[in-house]
Write a protein that binds this ligand. Structure first.
Ligand code: ZN
Length: 344
C-alpha cells in the first residue's frame, strides 16, 4: 500500500514575513520530495477542515479570535511569536484538513502510512491559545476525529520535536485513549515538559515526558526510543500511531542546541516504523512540526518518507557531520528516572 504525502499550496498563504517559520520551509521540503520521485509515494491534497472539526479541540472564543484576526488582515496571537496573516486561517484549516484526512486514510486502510507536510505547525496550540508558531493543533484534531469516528480507540503520539508538545499534552492530559510521549530539550520554549507531568484523573500515567539536556545526538535519541518509547508502546498496545515530526533537534537548527543528523532522523523513523509494524499493522501518520534549517529539514523529511515508503537508501546530511554530539551518557540518568516513574 502506498505512502501518502499530504500537502496543500494553501499552506503557503500563511505569511509570517521575516520569521523562522516561513513558507520557504515547506517549499524546500516539497521541492526535495518531488525531485526524489520516490516509488510507492502518492502526493495528495486535502480539503480545508470544517470549523466544526477545529471546535472538537479548540474553544469557540479562541476560534473566533483567529477568524477575527485573519479577517482584519493579520496580527499576532501571543507576545509576537505567532503571526496571523490574512491567509493564515485558510492555511491553518488546510493543515488540519490534511492531518485529519491522512489519519483517516491510514486508519481505514486506504494508505499504508502517511506524511503530512503542512504549516502552520500545531503541537504548541492548546485548547484556548495559539503559541509557538502554532495556530490549530493539527495532530490533536486528527486524533480526536479518529476517536470520535470510531476509527481508533487507543492512539499513541510520539513527539520528537525539540520543543515540548505542550498543546497536545494539555488536550489529552486527562484522557487514557491518547498516550502522549514527548522528548525535548530543556530548558527551552515553552518551559513545560518535566517528567513529573504524568497526566490527570483517568489520564494519569498516559503522559510521558523525557526532557533532555542540550547536545544530545543520534545515539541519545535512539536510546530514548529503545529504552522508553519501545516498552511504553508495547505496554499500551495502540491501534494507531501519530508522530509529531519536528526536525529542529538537527545539529544546525538555529532555534535549538541538539546534535541529531539526517541519518539519525532516518534511524529514528526506522525504529518508529518497526514499532508500528509490530503493534498496529504499520498504521501511522506523521505530521510536520518544526525544523528551521531549510536544507536539513528537507533532507530529513526525504529520509523519513523514504523509510515510510520502504526504501533503504541512505540520505546524506547536507551539512556533513557535527564535531560533537553527546552519546548516551547525557541521557542515561533521565531515561532511568522516567523508566522507574512509569514502571517500564
Ligand atoms: Zn520545535
Amino acid at each position: 500500500m502506498a505512502t501518502g504525502v499530504y500537502y496543500s499550496d494553501a499552506c503557503l498563504l500563511h505569511d509570517t514575513g521575516d520569521h523562522p517559520e516561513s513558507r520557504a520551509r515547506l517549499q524546500a521540503v516539497m521541492a526535495r520530495l518531488r525531485a526524489a520521485d520516490l516509488p510507492g509515494v502518492a502526493f495528495l491534497d486535502a480539503p480545508a477542515a470544517d470549523l466544526s472539526l477545529v471546535r472538537t479541540v479548540h474553544s469557540p472564543s479562541y476560534l473566533d479570535r483567529v477568524v477575527r484576526k485573519a479577517r482584519q488582515g493579520g496580527g499576532t496571537l501571543d507576545a509576537g511569536d505567532t503571526v496571523v496573516s490574512a491567509g493564515s486561517l485558510e492555511a491553518a484549516l488546510h493543515a488540519v484538513g490534511a492531518a485529519v484526512e491522512a489519519a483517516e486514510a491510514v486508519a481505514e486502510g486506504r494508505l499504508g502510512n502517511a506524511f503530512v507536510a503542512v504549516r502552520p505547525p500545531g503541537h504548541h496550540a492548546t485548547p484556548s491559545e495559539g503559541m509557538g508558531f502554532c495556530i490549530f493543533n493539527n495532530l490533536a484534531i486528527a486524533a480526536r476525529n479518529l476517536l470520535d469516528r470510531g476509527l481508533a480507540s487507543r492512539i499513541a503520539v510520539v513527539d520528537f520535536d525539540v520543543h515540548h508538545g505542550n498543546g497536545t499534552q494539555d488536550i489529552f492530559y486527562g484522557d487514557p485513549s491518547v498516550l502522549f510521549f514527548s522528548t525535548h530539550q530543556m530548558p527551552l520554549f515553552p518551559g513545560s515538559g518535566r517528567y513529573s507531568e504524568t497526566g490527570r484523573g483517568r489520564g494519569e500515567g498516559y503522559n510521558v515526558n523525557v526532557p533532555l539536556p542540550p547536545g544530545v545526538g543520534d545515539d541519545g535519541y535512539l536510546y530514548v526510543l529503545d529504552q522508553v518509547v519501545g516498552p511504553l508502546l508495547r505496554r499500551y498496545r495502540p491501534d494507531m500511531l501519530l508522530v509529531s515530526a519536528g526536525y529542529d533537534p538537527h545539529w544546525m537548527d538555529p532555534l535549538a542546541s541538539m546534535a541529531v543528523t539526517v541519518p539519525g532522523f532516518r534511524q529514528m523513523a526506522t525504529r518508529i516504523k518497526d514499532l508500528a509494524a509490530v503493534l498496529c499493522g504499520g498504521k501511522m501518520a506523521w505530521v510536520l512540526e518544526g525544523g528551521y534549517d531549510l536544507r536539513a529539514l528537507a533532507a530529513a523529511v526525504e529520509a523519513t518518507v523514504r523509510v515510510l515508503a520502504g526504501s533503504d537508501l541512505e540520505v546524506e546530511d547536507p551539512h556533513g557531520v557535527p564535531s560533537g554530539g553527546g552519546g548516551i551518557g547525557l541521557v542515561e540518568g533521565v531515561v532511568s528516572d522516567v523508566r522507574r516513574l512509569h514502571g517500564l
